[in-house]
Design a protein. Structure first.
Length: 99
């Protein structure tokens, strides 16, 4: 697995530990982003809206609204979109490992 893939899996493990009450969420940094171009991220992937939404678990209508900029992604969706943008191979590796 790639370094980025290892980091993604470690981060997701931390999320699970926080959700299960095994870790203190105040010890982790939360990353926020000012702007995000969802349409450009999807275009880089080469996937249609429907395939991109299905592949990454986004509701198609929500993806369309993000691309039209009538809604803005937040929370985990925003983080996932950033990872897809910057390290798509890490997301693919994590998804393959989960199958």
């Amino acid at each position: 697995m790639t370094k980025a893939g290892d980091r993604l899996i470690a981060a997701m493990t931390q999320v699970v530990e926080i959700m299960e009450g095994k870790a203190d969420p105040s010890t982790y940094r939360v990353h926020t982003f000012d702007t995000i171009d969802v349409k450009a991220i999807r275009a880089k992937s080469g996937l249609s809206q429907a395939k991109f939404a299905m592949r990454y678990g986004f509701p198609l209508e929500t993806l369309k609204k993000w691309e039209q900029k009538t809604r803005r992604p937040n929370g985990a969706a925003l983080v996932l979109l950033r990872v897809i943008d910057r390290s798509p191979e890490a997301v693919e590796a994590a998804l393959e490992a989960a199958e």
